[in-house]
Design a protein around this ligand. Structure first.
Ligand code: BYC
Length: 325
């Protein structure tokens, strides 16, 4: 590169950076064609692809119950929910791709175990009540975390989140309704619902990420208007939301420190098990191995679909060329 070219390049970057700063300051949106800092592109590719992986892996604990759903109606609803999660994964991979990394490469990172996905999906769904707890607590936490992401500065991410959040609201209600029926059913059903809540409460609160003082990405992501609230702020918002909902269900949380704090105007709650969280993220949760193995198997079994789609695209491409010629 000549020194003239280097200077022209530098000028372009400076102008791009200035325009980017203006967009962020104005709380406006960055489109894929806009100049953006490399670190902004990198953190968004990281967050959006991890989010997509979570949706795809998140299908497993629930799909595990499709054949055992207690009625045809429940089965149909659960199938629709699991299909929605697949759709969320697809919108999110599409949004991630606009940042420049091809989807194949992002998927490969998941299959190799190099990419993270939400810790929560490394816990098993042992009973039908767990499907209720996943809907109410896991999708509930997802909504709390994701509604602010509809305003994320990166436009394709924000746009994808709008539809995802609408669908998550339906998911949360179906979970709530499963638990409501169980908690108003026989004593054994109520106990099953209570046990599911006991298992999912802590891991659901950990979905919001590590505490703020141990969250390396938060500050920069908030300055860039990707994240609008910190991990702890959203976790608190979620606890405040679910305590009265649990009361309405007639269920309780197994947390002796959970109580209303008049002064703060929020519920206090106990310290979560962050050692367990770290261990699950490192790959040592109860289902990490099983989840990745299953995903790899499904990917291998789907090879013929990808090959057929590629052959189809190729054929049409040739035909188009033939037509044009
Ligand atoms: N699990 O600096 P931090 C769903 C990682 S899908 C695993 O605070 P950040 C659903 C984090 O990635 C729900 N890893 O990070 C689907 C980072 O590591 P790297 C998924 C976690 O990004 C199917 C490190 O810890 N939702 O709802 O500022 C059925 C330090 O964290 C977790 C999303 O993905 C975790 N829980 O904040 C039903 C939402 N937490 O990447 C439901 C979008 C943190 O530096 N993502 N880590 O190696 C986000 O909002 C943010 O990425 C997070 C973390 C709040 C999760």
């Amino acid at each position: 590169m000549t020194s003239q070219q280097t200077t022209a390049n530098q000028e372009e970057i400076t102008a791009g950076q200035e325009r980017f700063n203006e967009l962020i300051e104005a709380d406006s949106r960055v489109e894929p064609t806009d100049w953006m800092p490399a670190a902004y592109r990198k953190t968004l590719t990281r967050q959006i692809s991890q989010h997509a992986h979570s949706e795809i892996i998140g299908m497993q604990p629930e799909a595990n119950w499709i054949t055992r759903a207690p009625s045809l109606k429940r089965k149909a609803i659960l199938m629709a929910k699991v299909q929605d999660e697949a759709g969320h994964g697809l919108y999110l991979y599409s949004a991630a791709e606009t940042l420049g990394t091809p989807r194949d490469e992002l998927v490969q990172q998941l299959l190799d175990g190099r990419a993270k996905y939400s810790s929560i999906f490394n816990y098993p769904a042992r009973t039908w009540a767990d499907i209720g707890a996943i809907g109410w607590l896991v999708d509930g936490a997802a909504i709390c975390n994701q509604v602010p992401l509809c305003r994320a500065s990166y436009a394709p991410y924000g746009r994808a989140m709008v539809r995802i959040c609408k669908e998550e609201s339906f998911h949360q209600r179906q979970g709530w309704e499963i638990l409501y029926e169980l908690s108003h059913g026989t004593p054994a059903q109520k106990q099953m619902a209570q046990e599911a809540i006991n298992r999912f409460y802590g891991p659901a609160l950990q979905m919001f990420g590590p505490p703020d003082d141990d969250s390396p990405n938060s500050q920069q992501s908030m300055e860039w208007n990707i994240k609008r609230f910190s991990n702890d702020e959203l976790r608190q918002r979620f606890v405040d939301m679910i305590v009265p909902q649990a009361e309405a269900l007639g269920l309780t949380f197994e947390d002796p420190d959970l109580k209303w704090n008049e002064e703060r105007g929020h519920y206090d709650f106990g310290e979560l098990d962050w050692e367990e969280f770290k261990s699950v993220i490192k790959g040592n949760g109860p289902c990490n191995e099983q989840r990745l193995q299953r995903r790899n198997q499904a990917h291998d079994e789907g090879a013929w679909v990808r090959e057929a789609a590629a052959a189809f695209a190729e054929k049409y491409h040739h035909n188009d060329t033939a037509l044009v010629a």
